[in-house]
Design a protein around this ligand. Structure first.
Ligand code: REX
Length: 399
């Protein structure tokens, strides 16, 4: 087709055209999501005690939505993927984005001690902002004591309003878990300190900063920082806490101040908004490339897992890594993760908590969403065989 008479410029254009004409399938492709498998895991979570479970995948413009079960056990209203829910620690990624924008603006340095901005707050003046955001500060997690007994612990704080300082003081009653920088040790205290930094550096409540820097620019119409109000605005899924005593009835935990969590966990959102958020973050639309790279400097955090700054990485059985956060707040488990460039995102939610079996089942939705259909063996050791993949029960809705 390209004749010998073609001039240099034209030949170059032809070569470029040839390059552009390389079919997409020649590039390594992400496996298609396995929606049947995903539906099976939601159904299993329901069988294991979650009143409802749902997932939404946004994949380069293609949306898949799956739900099982009910949003409200009393009325029997079926769960919808548009129902809002409490996202727990996924809030930590929002808080981190605010702080990294402040780094971009020259108002905060990741390697500066926290006490430079909050004089006298921490007894160890060497703990840095970076150590806090990567759970390497050694600050004890005050929620260990608070929720040692699940339902009594929750009922004791459900209506309480804490100041940030009170939460930090609860942590400081304990020895630190390690030297600053030594190792990853998950602690909500870190993200209470992060919230204090946001408020100190901006002079605004965290709500205003989430709103102006993330919620408004991304048009997240289901996302709210709800504290100390106890109610979730608009249509939402009720969250049911599983008591420690086996066989005891679930506790409707939907309404609470979430004051024990605040900037570590008090945001309410939806599957669509969380997918939009992580796509935007991984796509580089919320921070500079330099700050996103800081978020992706990883500390090992268990098998197949790493923690960056307010961001988790999970390495899946098919070799794909995904980036996002998990959330556990009474009544709700959330997994919100996206592919490296944010092109595909998954938010999966179960409307119960304190049920490790459900949590593990929900983890497997990541495999379905990002690894596609696989043999049970390929999913790796320890993954229980799920037998109900092909079940399309009447309770399963697509909306
Ligand atoms: C609080 C206890 C769990 C919940 C917690 N939540 O630390 C933060 C969070 C905000 O989302 N963390 C998760 C309760 C782990 C994350 O970062 O992914 N458990 C429950 C108990 C256990 O009370 N005795 O399961 O609802």
């Amino acid at each position: 087709m390209v004749s010998a008479t073609v001039g240099r410029g034209t030949a170059l254009a032809a070569a470029l055209l040839t390059l552009l004409a390389v079919p997409a399938h020649a590039a390594p492709q992400e496996p298609q999501p396995d929606l049947t498998g995903l539906r099976g895991f939601l159904r299993t979570a329901q069988e294991q005690g979650a009143p409802g479970a749902m997932a939404r995948i946004d994949d380069h413009g293609t949306v898949s939505k799956l739900t099982v079960g009910v949003a409200d056990r009393t009325t029997g209203r079926v769960l919808s993927t548009t129902d809002r829910f409490r996202i727990g620690s996924v809030t930590k990624t929002f808080t981190t984005v605010v702080l990294l924008q402040l780094v971009d603006e020259g108002k905060l340095s990741l390697d500066a001690p926290v006490n430079r901005y909050l004089p006298g707050l921490l007894p160890d003046g060497t703990i840095t902002v970076r150590q806090v955001l990567s759970h390497r500060s050694g600050l004890y997690d005050y929620t260990n004591d608070m929720f040692a007994r699940t339902v009594p612990g929750f009922e004791a704080v459900r209506g309480k309003v804490f100041t940030y300082r009170q939460l930090v003081d609860l942590s400081l009653r304990h020895a630190r878990t390690g030297a600053p920088g030594a190792a990853y040790s998950y602690s909500n205290t870190n993200f209470v300190v992060a919230g204090m930094l946001v408020e100190k550096l901006t002079g605004n409540p965290v709500r205003t900063e989430y709103q102006n820097r993330i919620i408004k620019p991304l048009n997240l119409s289901d996302t709210f920082y709800v504290h100390p109000d106890t109610r979730i605005p608009g249509r939402h899924a009720l969250g049911y806490l599983t008591p420690d005593e086996s066989g005891a009835p679930l506790v409707d935990a939907t309404e609470q101040t979430a004051s024990w969590a605040q900037s570590a966990g008090a945001i309410v959102s939806s599957t669509q908004d969380l997918n939009t958020f992580f796509s935007a973050l991984l796509g580089g639309r919320l921070t500079s490339a330099a700050q996103l790279a800081q978020m992706e400097r990883w500390t090992p955090a268990g098998t197949g897992q790493a923690y960056g700054l307010g961001l988790r990485r999970r390495d899946l059985s098919c070799g794909v890594s995904v980036y996002g956060h998990t959330g556990t707040v009474q009544g709700y488990y959330t997994y919100a993760f996206a592919s490296k460039d944010g092109g595909r995102s998954l938010t999966a939610v179960a409307t119960t908590s304190n049920n490790g079996t459900v949590l593990n089942t929900m983890l497997r939705t990541l495999e379905s969403a990002f690894c596609g259909k696989q043999t049970p063996a390929a999913r790796g050791a320890g993954a229980a065989v799920v037998e109900r993949h092909e079940d399309v029960a009447p309770g399963i809705l697509r909306d």
